[in-house]
Design a binder for this molecule. Structure first.
Ligand SMILES: Cc1cc2nc3c(=O)[nH]c(=O)nc-3n(C[C@H](O)[C@H](O)[C@H](O)COP(=O)(O)OP(=O)(O)OC[C@H]3O[C@@H](n4cnc5c(N)ncnc54)[C@H](O)[C@@H]3O)c2cc1C
Length: 450
């Protein structure tokens, strides 16, 4: 690879066309045994719908608690967002400490944030204690200000995070280069908590833990409907027959469908997309990421990225609220990546892919029961550690343990009638885009970060 600096006046280099349209992570994920076609039981204690982090973590914990549990995955285990994501594993929500306190009061805000710290520790603890090779590097993360007003809020946010136990500091624009190889942002918020990992290797490790604990994992089984009987048990109708279950957990996040209509009314499935460069020379990788943090910015149409263990830039973003295709999103992401890191003008893109996240109206994850059915979903794009955590906490709650703090939040309905196809997304997208533009001009606009 020849290095070249792309100046804003020179035309942007075109994206090479020979990239593969599949997640880079899948190329280095340990092969999982085929779990399709296994015989399904007639009766179990718990059926878990969805085989991503949430479902598999719940299956593991339920089995450890002694419950006969089946996890049913319509495709293959991990086929959803859990093996496609950006690998950024950090505590916290979309909202910073100030907004959390304003919305929920100091006590609940503290309890909510504490759960996310525990979530990041749970994932790191399992990886370290169980000897899972998941390329875990907890070097913290850096949030980057898309607009001057966002940077102005960082000192207050830093104090808030520090007070909550995650040491943080605001980085002025002039000092950003010590943290990230770009001049594209107005300032940074460095938080020394969490970091990055290989999401698919972590998922494969979690599957191993669940199976060793005794959870029964099934692939290629689509749940079609859930019916509650007079005795309180559930008939779980699948495309391979019915299962009688004492309890049910819906763990389908961005892929939630008609099998769980009450949950579908509360989440908006939306695409998030990624590209992966070829491995970069070591000195360039160090220039881009001197401290090895995870990065994301404060836009509604956010970008997020990090440098992987093998020195690739893994660059993702929410580039479209319209139905779209990977070849197009790869072009948009490539352009964005060069705006942030012109040093990558000659770096080839080797992989491009997408997956679905689940936005909620309050951008918070949710756990609770609707019609007796337990759910844990709505991670709004930050579910890597929270999905493992809420799957585990849902299992504990179903087994008679304490309810998590997040269960105190009301789970708002999406205020637009829709059955499956969220027709209103382009309108929401235009609204967010306008907010991003206004923020840069200093005329308001939040950092709501969809
Ligand atoms: C491109 C991308 C980048 C991301 N980056 C990050 C990041 O850097 N950091 C972060 O914290 N989060 C990130 N996320 C979000 C994170 O990946 C998710 O929040 C998390 O994986 C959710 O896990 P889950 O198990 O709840 O859902 P999923 O992993 O999506 O699994 C849900 C599963 O349910 C199955 N299913 C649906 N309906 C049925 C049915 N009726 N019957 C049986 N099975 C069914 C689906 O097939 C799917 O496999 C990203 C997501 C994407 C798409």
């Amino acid at each position: 690879m020849r290095l070249m600096t792309h100046s804003p006046r020179s035309p942007r280099p075109a994206l090479n066309r020979d990239f593969e349209q599949r997640p880079f992570w899948w190329t280095t994920m340990p092969a999982l045994p085929d779990r399709g076609g296994r015989q399904l039981p007639d009766t179990v204690d718990v059926v878990v719908v969805g085989g991503g982090y949430t479902g598999v973590a719940a299956g593991r914990k339920l089995a450890l608690q002694g419950a006969r549990t089946v996890v049913l995955e319509a495709q293959t285990l991990g086929w959803g967002a859990s093996t496609r994501n950006g690998g950024i594993a950090h505590p916290g929500f979309k909202w910073g400490p100030g907004t959390l306190r304003k919305r929920y009061g100091p006590e609940l805000a503290r309890a909510l944030y504490a759960e996310t710290v525990q979530a990041a520790e749970l994932v790191a603890g399992l990886i370290r204690d169980q000897g899972i090779d998941a390329e875990l590097r907890y070097n913290g993360y850096l949030e980057l200000a898309w607009a001057p007003s966002h940077a102005a809020a960082f000192p207050g946010e830093a104090a808030g995070y520090t007070e909550l136990g995650s040491p943080a500091r605001a980085i002025p624009r002039a000092e950003l280069r010590a943290e990230v190889g770009t001049d594209a942002y107005h300032g940074g918020l460095a938080v020394d908590a969490g970091g990055v990992l290989h999401p698919a290797k972590w998922f494969a490790g979690l599957v191993g833990l669940a199976e060793r604990a005794g959870a029964e994992l099934h692939e290629g089984v689509r749940v079609k409907a859930l019916r509650r009987q007079a005795d309180g048990r559930f008939v779980v109708e699948t495309d391979r027959g019915a299962i009688l279950a004492g309890q049910v957990l819906v763990a389908t996040n961005g892929y939630t469908n008609g099998a769980a209509p009450a949950m579908r009314r509360r989440v908006i499935p939306i695409g998030s997309y990624m590209i992966a460069t070829e491995p970069l020379p070591e000195d360039l990788a160090r220039e881009l990421s001197p401290t090895g943090r995870a990065y994301f910015d404060t836009r509604n149409f956010l970008s997020y990225w990090h440098v992987s263990a093998d020195h690739r830039v893994l660059f993702g973003g929410r580039v479209s609220f319209f139905p779209t295709w990977v070849a197009r999103t790869a072009r948009l992401l490539h352009r964005r990546m060069l705006d942030v890191h012109p040093q990558l003008a000659d770096a080839r893109i080797e992989y491009a892919w997408g997956g679905k996240v689940a936005l909620t109206m309050d951008r918070m994850p949710h756990i609770g029961r609707l019609g007796g059915v337990m759910y844990a979903l709505g991670y709004s794009g930050t579910g890597l550690v929270m999905a493992t955590w809420l799957g585990t906490r849902a299992a504990e709650w179903m087994g008679g343990g304490e309810a998590p703090a997040l269960s105190q939040l009301r789970f708002p309905i999406v205020p637009a009638p829709y059955e499956g196809r969220p027709w209103f997304l382009p309108i929401v997208g235009e609204f967010f885009r306008a907010q991003d533009r206004l923020a840069v001009r200093g005329a308001g606009g939040g950092s709501a970060r969809a």
